[in-house]
Ligand binder design. Structure first.
Ligand SMILES: [Zn+2]
Length: 449
């Protein structure tokens, strides 16, 4: 056992969620390599094992958040991996797929390699940053491919740099990704529709200030339609991120149903919040791109997650200082922190949709792990990484933003009663979080090297 090896552990009598379903009153053994070595019942302690008696508690796989922005390098003043990854542990997340949407973009193998290397000793969770799909990365895609789970493409402008300008450019970029054999993950909102809306409401500031009208449903739906058409034409695997409309999600599930390589995910706020609530929230706390939509979208997206048609949820954690949100609408930053509450938010989503928790937990564990090819993550299975989360699912707590770990120091979910907060978190067998505190040095490793 090397000095950095974790202790072997024996978890006894937990209700175990394996990534898909529950195993009642089960025992889980982990080894000195940080792997799950056995799952069963009536296990006896072996010499050297640390025993965790979990009668009444649930044991879950560490969550995989496939969509966060930690802004390192370049904008560490807003977050950085040290703060962001501590927040991740607070939310039960042990693996993040992270999008660099501030300069420098991840447009070459060398810059991606530098980032992967730089984050060792900083990140408290395992990490897999995406590459960028931009003009400057096209020639690099074959080299980038082995260093990331996918490359990120912006259809329509959001907060970041490097959006696609027109369909011709989109076709060229998707073709380059197809030729390199790399998956594309996409933010879909149509710029032309959003610009037309801006003109339409120019004389009605009370409407122009409604983010759901300013970035309307059709902007997302048409952009998804276009992305699916071009992706299937050129033969690239497309994953549409943070779908906010039921119609957009249905386009994705219908394409998948026709056997096309098209998948998608939504985000917790689209399952929990409506446009009116977002509009009334103080300081533009729920201003986010795509905009938060309507009750029927919320319900429809929840149904698709529950039925397994939308098996991936990512937070789109995008922290800004509150001073950058608390401005007149047009100047308020889009995005908010949420990785720090992912697990309780998934319970809230399951409860809001009167669903058993399994599909909502699957969507932040095995669902994203399978989508992005992390066989060792998101499951409690023999041979998988011992990334584990202990919770008392019924224990509720009112969110206090002052207790959260994001550098931004606030949360749009402040004062909400949530349940299912992580009590203990293990990363590859190391106890890294307990009772609200980060334990030990940053142990995060890159999933690609
Ligand atoms: Zn994002």
């Amino acid at each position: 056992m090397s000095p950095t090896s974790p202790c072997p552990r024996l978890f006894l009598g937990a209700r175990v969620f394996d990534g898909t379903s529950f195993l009642e009153a089960s025992d889980v053994r982990t080894d000195a390599n940080g792997k799950i070595s056995a799952i069963g019942v009536d296990f006896r302690r072996r010499d050297g094992e640390v025993v965790h008696n979990l009668a009444g508690a649930w044991l879950l796989p560490g969550l995989v958040d496939c969509h966060v922005h930690f802004r390192e390098p370049g904008l560490e003043r807003k977050e950085g991996y040290s703060f962001g990854s501590k927040g991740a542990l607070h939310g039960g997340v042990t693996t993040v797929c992270e999008i660099q949407n501030n300069p420098p973009l991840m447009d070459s193998a060398s810059i991606l390699r530098q980032k992967l290397h730089h984050l060792r000793g900083i990140s408290h969770v395992d990490y897999a940053p995406y590459g960028s799909l931009v003009e400057s990365s096209l020639a690099e895609l074959p080299a980038i491919k082995g260093l990331c789970p996918a490359v990120k493409c912006f259809l329509g402008c959001s907060t970041g740099a490097g959006g696609v300008r027109d369909e011709e450019e989109l076709r060229r970029w998707f073709t380059a990704a197809a030729e390199a054999g790399v998956k594309v993950v996409a933010h879909c909102e149509d710029n032309a529709i959003m610009e037309a809306t801006k003109k339409q409401y120019a004389e009605q500031p009370e409407l122009l200030n409604r983010h759901d009208l300013r970035r309307p449903r059709e902007a997302e739906v048409e952009s998804i339609r276009q992305a699916i058409a071009v992706a299937t034409e050129v033969g690239v695997h497309l994953h549409v991120f943070h779908i906010s409309t039921v119609e957009g999600a249905t386009l994705v599930t219908a394409a998948a149903g026709r056997g096309m390589a098209v998948t998608g995910s939504t985000a917790p706020h689209y399952l929990l919040i409506t446009a009116d609530e977002a509009h009334l929230a103080p300081q533009h706390r729920f201003k986010v791109n795509p905009s938060i939509k309507y009750q029927e979208d919320c319900q429809g997206l929840g149904r698709l997650v529950q039925q397994g048609f939308l098996p991936v949820v990512g937070t789109d954690h995008a922290p800004h200082p509150l001073t950058e949100k608390d401005r007149p609408y047009a100047h308020a930053a889009s995005g908010f922190p949420s990785v720090d509450l992912l697990l309780p938010l998934m319970f809230a989503a399951a409860d809001a949709h009167q669903s058993p928790p399994e599909p909502f937990l699957h969507a932040v564990t095995q669902g994203p792990a399978e989508e992005f090819g992390f066989q060792q993550k998101g499951r409690i299975a023999v041979g998988a990484d011992a990334d584990l989360v202990v919770i008392q699912p019924q224990l509720g707590r009112v969110v206090d933003e002052a207790q959260l770990l994001s550098r931004s120091g606030w949360s749009p979910y402040h004062r909400r009663l949530l349940r299912g907060f992580p009590e203990q978190v293990f990363l590859r067998g190391h106890e890294v979080f307990a009772d609200g505190q980060i334990l030990g040095p940053p142990r995060g490793e890159p999933l690609f090297v």
